[in-house]
Design a protein around this ligand. Sequence first.
Ligand SMILES: *[C@@H]1O[C@H](CO)[C@@H](O)[C@H](O)[C@H]1NC(C)=O
Ligand SMILES: *[C@@H]1O[C@H](CO)[C@@H](O)[C@H](O)[C@H]1NC(C)=O
Ligand SMILES: *[C@@H]1O[C@H](CO)[C@@H](O)[C@H](O)[C@H]1NC(C)=O
Ligand SMILES: *[C@@H]1O[C@H](CO)[C@@H](O)[C@H](O)[C@H]1NC(C)=O
Length: 407
Amino acid sequence: MLSLCIQVFAVLVICAADTEKRDISYTFRTWNMVDQRLQEQLAVVYKEMESLKNEQVVMKQKQEALSQALPYCSQKPIDTDVEMNLTSLQTGSSHQLYTLTQGEDGVEGSGEDDSGADLDPCFHYTVLDQAWRATNYSTKNVACDNRVQWKGWYRLFYRGKTIQMPERCVRKEMCGTHAPLWLVGGHPRVRDGVVTRKVCGNWRDNCCLFKSPPIQVKACRGNYYVYKFVKPVACHLAYCADINTLVCGKCKKSESCVSRDKITWLCKKNQMRVKANIHFFATYPANISGKVNKIVYRKVYVNQGGAFDSRSGIFRAPVSGVYQFFFSTQTGGSGETVLWLVVNNYWVAVSQSNVQGSNSVGNLSTYMTTLRKGATVYVTHNRGRSWANSASNTIAFGGSLLMVRKI
Ligand SMILES: *[C@@H]1O[C@H](CO)[C@@H](O)[C@H](O)[C@H]1NC(C)=O
Ligand SMILES: *[C@@H]1O[C@H](CO)[C@@H](O)[C@H](O)[C@H]1NC(C)=O
Ligand SMILES: *[C@@H]1O[C@H](CO)[C@@H](O)[C@H](O)[C@H]1NC(C)=O
Ligand SMILES: *[C@@H]1O[C@H](CO)[C@@H](O)[C@H](O)[C@H]1NC(C)=O
């Protein structure tokens, strides 16, 4: 196992060494099958990689053996959480295949004869790092992806940096081919899983003159995509790498790469996923007399989401959305008692009662409104007398967020 590993590594070094500057002619020759010697050499690498891939599955199940054996191969200590960094060997080469594996739970136990079909393509893909695929690369060579034996999933790189397919029509004679292939309908989101997308080739002023077979695409955590490329309809068509999406490789985990025009791309912070669980209920456990600017409901029964401040009596909307409030009192003596609900310092609803003598009535008012994040809500005791004790809960204030909504 170990000797195979070292052998393969040696072959790769030979291949990689002469590719840096001459990648165009190199791939050109390979793809036209002119250079038999190179072709044979590649076939050997290909075969070796296949067997290495199988070896890796076995090795994976023996984590102990893996961590001991691999440092000889990669000349680096292995951290199972880190991708095997073989991209540096890749630059400009044609179709050397690597399955990059990441220390993912759930990979184990998938069986001895694992064909790779049920592995997450986000961690099991072939690196496709060919500078000529870039949208700013004109036709010096004419590649034809129809001649490639596509197998499994691929991740596009540009000189070691992650890159994605163009989502718009690409000028013909770019991407190192005649009719550049672009992705119709845009890339999926992570939560979409594997999706199928149409692929079009631009030719003769028709962005979709070539309707190539659809491909599968998956968005992966960490702002990259994997593609299940298949043979395009004809020659000379080739899958493109949109040079403008190089910036996407710099997006943080909390960001997405977005573009309005599909030309200029930028990292944008992801919308916070808000849990719409905001509820509160509080009471004032004593009598109130006369004007009290803010009733400090200090007995708090519910404060889900922590948006109600029991020290100030103020509720502050933590997100924009539709809210419902209620507030109540019980009159504590002859005359008029008036309470106001105050939203953003405006009186918006009243609870008013007028009783004579020793009568007492309760009065409950409700109010529903759309609030912006940060809006404040409290209750004013405007005049009169309200009655409550620690058990009656008659002077009360509460509310709920009914739905999150952008405004
Ligand atoms: C992989 O190796 C290349 C070249 O050695 C380096 O530039 C790059 O940062 C490495 N990538 C990772 C993810 O370690
Ligand atoms: C394409 O764009 C990349 C990144 O901006 C640049 O490094 C490269 O030189 C460009 N290639 C051509 C052929 O213009
Ligand atoms: C509240 O008011 C009621 C009558 O309105 C009175 O009997 C009671 O003593 C008052 N309680 C407090 C704590 O002031
Ligand atoms: C309760 O308040 C409302 C609104 O101010 C008022 O119309 C109603 O008469 C009050 N109910 C009682 C029993 O006082």
